[in-house]
Write a protein that binds this ligand. Sequence first.
Ligand code: AMP
Length: 634
Amino acid sequence: MYPNGLPNWSDADWVSRFDETHAILESTAMNEGRIVGIDLGTTNSLVGAMDSGFPLLFPNSEGRRLTPSVVAYPEDGVVQVGSPARRRLALEPATTLYSTKRFIGRSHSDLQASETQVRYPLVPSGSTVAVPVRGQRVGMETVASAVLSQLKTDAEKILQEPVSRAVVTVPAYFNDAQRNATKRAGEAAGLQVVRILNEPTAAALAFGVQHSLKEGWIAVYDLGGGTFDISILKVSAGVFEVKATCGNTCLGGDDIDARIVERLTAELFAQQSSAALDSLVQARLGEEAERVKILLSEQATATVQLPFAGNSHFQRELSRGELEALALPVVERTRKPCFRALSDAGILASQLDRLILVGGQSRMPLVRRLAVEIFGREPDTGCNPDEAVALGAVLQAGILEGSVREAVLLDVTPLSLGIETFGGLMNVIIPRNTAIPAKAGELFTNAVDGQRSMQVSILQGERELAKDNWKLGELQIGFAPCPRGTARVGVQFQIDENGILRVLARDTKTGGEQVLDITAVVDVEDARVEEMVAASVEHALEDMGARRMTELRLKSQHMIGSARAVLSLSLALLEEGEQERIISAITALEKACNEAPEPVIKSACAQLDEVTRPLAQRLLDAAYEKALEAQGVL
Ligand code: AMP
């Protein structure tokens, strides 16, 4: 099977089928009440909904819009969520779970030692991680579900009606397992997650709508408690398109806190060499580190105070300069992904129209300075870094409900999608960084006489050879046996707004078709995308060489087949010695194909072309004469 270069084919009934699906979704949307928007943060979470055309964030029972993403499992068995749980952190560190978003949907063996620096123990639990709490294992989905359940209750109190559907945001680089775990957590809390939305996309949507930004480029730099995302978005005619995303699911303010704790722990040890630092002191150190870090965003010095730490009081001044020296290596790690995202989006920093800083940690002056240095512009200040993501989730909920109409959100494919073609080559159908939803297709034909079916191997990756890319699935499409090059099989790729790839293969003669749905083509793990792109750069020359060789060999085989067919059909037209010349050129090309380098194959192709050209011309003339004769002209 090989592509014959025909343009994309249109498919009216495919489109109408999708329209039907939308119609079904819309009609159910009308009957099921309000959709809430939720920012399920590493440190804090927020919930809200559209109200009379405005996005509103709801206060919790303590009157605050930020609900700490902390869940405590006290001895009395009454699970606590939010601020009451957070207050238990210092008292019961082993059973008060915070920053669990870092671990959701991940396996224990995936976790690096640096990631597991939390005050509660983490143990493997099936394919995921859990925390042993009073003889039971509490999984990360259960923790997320407790937070979501609390937000649902808070929203229901304000709305005075049951809430059963939500848009939930996640970091752009959450992989499929992490997204699915988040969805399941929603379901366990009694919330159908109607859309998972990338956090930076949500922030840009909130910003764009609030400022009526209709055209331009936006960079969203999002440094939260546990994750970092950088996204480059294009806005045109009010439509948001994520052109590139990059980031790190394990980088954030928690790492800065950990470095401060490390320093303070060393000093405490030096001060009280005999005292063992119990977990309570450790917990208080963590809290104190964060408190002082936040203070130092506003003031030049702050005092770390730990009364009754070990066998005495601990107190020391921390300056912003000292904090910045500790935080710099963490903050610096955001630089590379920013350049990568700009380059993936194909723009220079100077072309940006907006720089939005999101995530609590972006309030730190050092972070702002680094962002200004990277992007060469001041950040936009109109957005509240703590609330932008939640507001975007609420707006997305409004879009799904039909109450917000002017903005549409688009994501991008992180890697190219295509199929394997004859000779083991990757034939890209939807290139990397294409905005989704997306649809593209090509016509393919059979490579062998009498072929009865085609195998369509669906691939993802940036390499030229199929074997170096990832195989996502396979389809088999049958058709009536026919001569080589006469079958017509259309292969169409369609990615919907949820990142689900639908592959349709259709025999255009009979209309017979096969369909395959593949999930998670958009949500590919950051590290895997990087690895694939790096390998494609590293092997670019050899890959291109391999592709050229394969294509040259295919072309040679095609020429040899045609030359043989012409020879057998036109013996009467041959001139003296011509048959021998053609056979010898065929043999030379066959030999070259097996072992010779590219230039030798090329020159053997040219030789065969030259010796067959006069015969081909005579054949054409003969056919022409025959046609004229048939019309009675001659
Ligand atoms: P988020 O995940 O977006 O809620 O961000 C939480 C992180 O931001 C935590 O590490 C907080 O310590 C940090 N943070 C919140 N406010 C500030 C502030 N004013 N200055 C520095 N860091 C902050």
